[in-house]
Design a protein around this ligand. Structure first.
Ligand code: HEM
Length: 178
């Protein structure tokens, strides 16, 4: 997992909780400090799981809720850092439908070592999109949070139905727009 994802996560923890909490979870996960990560370095996704488990202990919040919150936060950061991906798109479902072929394809060019999931999409109508998430990493909750963050960004009221097929590694999402 890219170091940039870790630094975004730790910034979110500092903002929503505190510097102390960020320090504590780094220690608990066996990491020295925030500077352990460089933006384009690659790190074991298991370390992210350790950080989230430590954050859950520290805050008494559920792991899946924390990862979803992080997904929504991350989407907001993507909006700021990659404005070019938002040109000429005015609907959350159109944007989501392009994740695999447009967005993540470009991400792969920028960061050849990025480990990206795959999304198979079926557009049922203007207002209904089915996305089948599949990854070697268990980040279905992250996808869920990113989808929710996308809806918020476009001011679309999305209902996200979700069926977990293999833990959090394979998840069917059926997303409807009101
Ligand atoms: C401008 C929008 C987006 C950009 C620039 C972007 C970019 C990235 C980057 C850089 C990573 C990290 C790769 C790594 O750690 O090696 C990533 C991972 C991921 N992205 Fe995106 N992404 C975007 C939108 C989305 C959306 C809307 C979704 C959900 C539908 C999504 C789902 C995921 C998931 C779940 C991962 C974690 C890796 C995994 O599950 O295997 N992304 N993305």
């Amino acid at each position: 997992m890219l170091g940039a994802v870790f630094t975004e996560f730790l910034e979110m923890v500092e903002d929503k909780f505190s510097f102390d909490v960020a320090d504590k979870i780094l220690e608990e996960a066996g990491l020295a400090d925030n500077s352990s990560f460089t933006a384009v370095g690659n790190y074991d996704h298991g370390q992210m799981v350790k950080l989230v488990v430590a954050l859950s202990k520290e805050t008494n919040m559920e792991i899946d809720d924390l990862i979803k919150t992080f997904g929504a936060h991350l989407f907001g950061q993507f909006v700021q850092k990659y404005p070019m991906f938002f040109d000429n798109v005015d609907s959350s479902l159109d944007f989501l439908q392009g994740i695999e072929d447009k967005i993540h394809t470009e991400v792969r060019k920028l960061y050849p070592h990025a480990e990206l999931p795959s999304f198979e999409c079926v557009r049922h109508s203007d207002n209904v999109l089915e996305m089948n998430y599949s990854s070697t990493r268990p980040f279905g909750d992250l996808a869920h949070g990113l989808i929710a963050g996308c809806g918020e960004h476009f001011n679309d009221n999305l209902t996200i139905q979700r069926i977990d097929l293999d833990g959090s590694n394979h998840v069917h999402f059926i997303i409807s727009k009101e």
